[in-house]
Design a protein around this ligand. Sequence first.
Ligand SMILES: NC(=O)c1ccc[n+]([C@@H]2O[C@H](COP(=O)([O-])OP(=O)(O)OC[C@H]3O[C@@H](n4cnc5c(N)ncnc54)[C@H](OP(=O)(O)O)[C@@H]3O)[C@@H](O)[C@H]2O)c1
Length: 244
Amino acid sequence: MAAGTVLITGVKSGIGLEFARQFAERDWSVIATHYSEQPPEPVVQAMERYTGIRYEQLDISDSAAITDYAAALTGQAIDVLINNAAIAYDGSASGIELQSFGHVDPATFHRMYAVNVLGPLLLTQELSANLRLGQHKKVICISSTNGSLTAPLPGQSINYKASKAALNRAMICVAEALAEDGIAVALLHPGAVFTEKNAEHGAGTYPGMIGTEFSVTSMMGVIERLTIEQSGKFFNYDGGFAPW
Ligand SMILES: NC(=O)c1ccc[n+]([C@@H]2O[C@H](COP(=O)([O-])OP(=O)(O)OC[C@H]3O[C@@H](n4cnc5c(N)ncnc54)[C@H](OP(=O)(O)O)[C@@H]3O)[C@@H](O)[C@H]2O)c1
């Protein structure tokens, strides 16, 4: 894939940070974003290694901040937008307590929807003019088979599962809306990935768990091969279709 400009949300850790590294390694200009005012330490380290990474503050749970941020980028071409940021855990020790039936916490639910669904939707809407200026014209939304209705995973992370199902449906609408501009929109399941945060929450033992670098390298291939004809589809990290 010829180099261009990629904007990635939620780059402090895990998959987003690895995307920033791998695009920079391929000589892309990387706009790496996170809600912190100052770049988090892992991003500072990545910027020391790759001059192509620039850090910008963007809290995708803040609708007004998204609008202001997009206004500041007026006229800047964005080739690929990666809606990566999301919340999976609720802050409790188990990580799913406040999402379990019988204990569903409204504040946690709303917070997850703001970050996992509304944020990517609004950001894509606000940056659509920038994407039209780009050469590659791709929007990648990191989803999860936790949102699959036809092959539901067991477990009680209700908010997270519902938010990914909602993200999937919303982005099919976005794909339809952006098709006439030649902008391809894809949902992408990264696999069960052994990130820092999964390790921290003791979620490192799922069968078939894969490394962050391998997941992102595989997804880079899917992004490169994505065509407008495939817009609105849900892919697994290995390029196969993920179940809706
Ligand atoms: N890891 C897996 O096994 C797996 C499986 C399926 C799907 N996914 C999806 O893959 C994506 C990346 O997840 P990950 O595993 O790499 O998790 P992660 O390490 O927690 O990365 C998520 C990033 O989003 C950031 N973030 C949270 N709220 C934000 C906000 N309001 N604005 C901007 N950034 C925000 C987080 O920052 P803080 O940590 O500072 O809050 C973090 O840097 C997510 O969409 C996730 O749902 C992951």
